[in-house]
Design a protein around this ligand. Structure first.
Ligand code: KIV
Length: 273
């Protein structure tokens, strides 16, 4: 059942999200990359839809998030925007389109906002990308930060294991969260870090902190749609709760269809003109 009728939809904004943190209401966030899925996610009542650069993995079949381009992200984001009436839509700026050059960061963010109609952008990193974050914010574009296991840096990490277990990395992460808040970010994603550290971050900043593999003491949770639906079966980290087994459901449907075609059972007379 839809949680809203098209006439009376109250859109989620950065302000709504801030209020949710203040009153202790958890924020729900999920990825989506296309019109049909985004329509269902929005109607279900998701607070934030992330057009993640995980599209590089689950939509395009790349091993990492690095290959996806700005044009491809805008294509995915535009489709999501056309479907959504209520959710707040955040779009990842892809690898190579914001690091090290704040003018390029601003250009990338403006292209995403102008060409897709999304509501905010997300970038990975802390102090290293401070200038880019500030420059994007100076144009009035809301920015979501992303710290911890930042997939665009996978070749630097060399592994997908939990980040910031050591004191030095944990201290830097906490400092980075404060820097992102001071810059004016409206929220921060924390990926795959100890729950105790995530709790400390969520208590140390006034903006919403959304976790993925960061435990329960944060202001909201995000998952990748294909993982939580059980479409991707090969990726099962400890933090992932699988809410459906769509791979089996789809496999059954496809096999039934193949069988019906081969047996000349489909189409029937009723299904013909
Ligand atoms: O791209 C993505 O899906 C993400 C989430 C893992 C937070 O950044």
């Amino acid at each position: 059942m839809s949680v809203h009728s098209s006439a009376t939809v109250k859109r989620i904004t950065t302000h709504t999200l801030q209020e949710m943190k203040q009153r202790g209401e958890k924020i729900s966030m999920l990825t989506a990359y296309d019109y049909s899925m985004a329509k269902i996610v929005d109607a279900a009542g998701m607070d934030i839809i992330l057009v993640g650069d995980s599209a590089s993995n689950v939509m395009a079949g790349h091993e990492t998030t690095l290959p996806i381009t700005l044009d491809q992200m805008i294509y995915h984001a535009s489709a999501v925007v056309r479907a959504v009436k209520r959710s707040f839509i955040v779009v990842d700026i892809p690898f190579g389109n914001y690091q090290g050059n704040s003018s390029e960061a601003l250009r990338s963010a403006i292209r995403i906002m102008k060409e897709s109609g999304a509501h905010a952008v997300k970038v990975e990193g802390g102090s290293e990308i401070k200038e880019s974050v500030s420059r994007i914010l100076s144009a009035g574009v809301p920015v979501m930060g992303h710290l911890g296991l930042t997939p665009q840096s996978i070749y630097k990490f060399g592994t997908y294991t939990v980040r910031a277990k050591e004191e030095a990395e944990a201290n830097k992460l906490l400092e980075d969260a404060k820097i992102l808040e001071q810059c004016g970010c409206f929220a921060i994603v924390l990926e795959k870090i100890p729950a105790s550290l995530a709790k400390k971050v969520a208590e140390s900043v006034s903006i919403p902190v959304i976790g993925i593999g960061a435990g329960p003491h944060v202001d909201g949770q995000v998952l990748v749609m294909h993982d939580m639906l059980g479409i991707t079966q090969e990726f099962k980290p400890r933090f992932l709760r699988q809410y459906a087994d769509l791979q089996s459901v789809m496999m059954d449907a496809f096999q039934q269809y193949i069988s019906d075609v081969k047996r000349k059972d489909f189409p029937s007379e009723k299904e013909s003109y």
